[in-house]
Design a binder for this molecule. Sequence first.
Ligand SMILES: [Zn+2]
Length: 123
Amino acid sequence: MNSSTSTSPPDSDQSTTRDWTVVYVVDLCCLLCGRAIGSFETRRWPWFGPVVLTPPRGQPAVPIANWSQLRCPTCSGNVYADEVRPTKLYPSVALDDLDVPRRGRPPKWLVAQRQTTRSTVDD
Ligand SMILES: [Zn+2]
């Protein structure tokens, strides 16, 4: 008899060592007429705090205090989250990674970090 069915997978998503974070892309629609209101990204879901809403059809993005209080601009219907897509967000490339010349001498910890990084990348 093997009792290995109760073991949990080792790669749970509680790890903080990864270099990416999960961002939820939320599409908002009108409950009454079904029109797309826009979409926003949030790092937590459910989330009712401030977001930057990107309307459909290329309109400029607008900051929203609480998306659940939005109303459909056409029929004033309630807005709901039609689709929530978790996506991985990787950190933007830092200037240190681009080898941009910087003024002055880099700190020692940065030199050591670059050497370890290059030795693993170049191999
Ligand atoms: Zn509507």
